[in-house]
Design a binder for this molecule. Structure first.
Ligand code: NI
Length: 199
C-alpha cells in the first residue's frame, strides 16, 4: 500500500518545479522579446548587413523566402556553441532534399578573432551547410541588440578572453519575422517537421 504522506514531498517538488518552470519561461520570453513584444513580436531581429564566411556581404534579404534559424556564438566557445550548432545542423540535415528551403545562420559574438576564414573552417565542419557571419564590433553589437542577445567579454588572463553569451536559437519566418525560440533539444526529425510548417 502506498503511504500518502510520502507522496506529498514529491507533489510539492513537482509543483515547485512547475512554478519555477513557469517563472523561467516568463522571464525567458521577456528577456528574448522584451516586455513590449507581448504585444508586438516583430521587435526581435530585423534588417542586418554583415560579412559571410566567404568574405561577401550577407544581408537579411539573402534569406527572404525561407524560414531560418539564427544562433549567436563564437568559434572558441568550448561547449554550448558547438553543441547547439551541431543540433541546428542535424535539424537542417533532417530536412533531406528540402534542406535548401530553410537556412541556418551563426552570427559571431567575437568579431575580433572570428575572421571569415576561421568561420568558414568552423561552420564547414557541421553536417549541413550553414552560414557564419561576422562584421565590425559595431555591426555585431547592433545585430545582437536587435535580437536581444546578451554577451560580454570575460578576461581569462594575459590577452586571452572568453565570451559569456545567451544561447537561444531563433526561428525566423520566410519574411524574416521572429516566430519563437526554436527548440533544438529534441529529435532532429521532430524539429525538422516543426521547421517545415514555415516553408
Ligand atoms: Ni558559446
Amino acid at each position: 500500500m502506498r503511504n500518502p504522506i510520502r507522496r506529498t514531498p514529491r507533489l510539492l517538488l513537482a509543483c515547485t518545479a512547475f512554478a519555477a518552470g513557469l517563472a523561467l519561461c516568463a522571464g525567458f520570453i521577456v528577456f528574448v522579446a522584451g516586455p513590449s513584444s507581448l504585444v508586438r513580436r516583430a521587435a526581435v531581429g530585423g534588417p542586418f548587413s554583415l560579412t559571410d564566411e566567404n568574405g561577401r556581404t550577407f544581408t537579411d534579404q539573402d534569406l527572404k523566402g525561407k524560414p531560418f534559424l539564427v544562433f549567436f556564438g563564437f568559434v572558441r566557445c568550448p561547449v554550448v556553441c558547438p553543441t547547439t550548432l551541431f543540433e541546428m545542423s542535424a535539424v537542417l540535415h533532417a530536412l533531406g532534399p528540402d534542406a535548401d528551403r530553410a537556412a541556418g545562420i551563426m552570427i559571431t559574438l567575437d568579431p575580433e578573432r572570428d575572421t571569415p576564414e576561421l568561420l568558414k573552417d568552423y561552420i564547414g565542419s557541421f553536417d549541413a551547410p550553414m552560414h557564419a557571419l561576422t562584421g565590425t564590433a559595431e555591426e555585431i553589437a547592433r545585430v545582437a541588440r536587435t535580437y536581444r542577445v546578451y554577451y560580454r567579454k570575460v578576461p581569462l588572463g594575459g590577452d586571452d578572453y572568453t565570451v559569456d553569451h545567451s544561447a537561444v536559437v531563433y526561428l525566423m519566418d520566410k519574411q524574416g519575422r521572429f516566430v519563437a525560440p526554436f527548440n533544438v533539444k529534441r529529435t532532429p526529425e521532430t524539429a525538422a517537421a516543426d521547421l517545415r510548417r514555415y516553408f
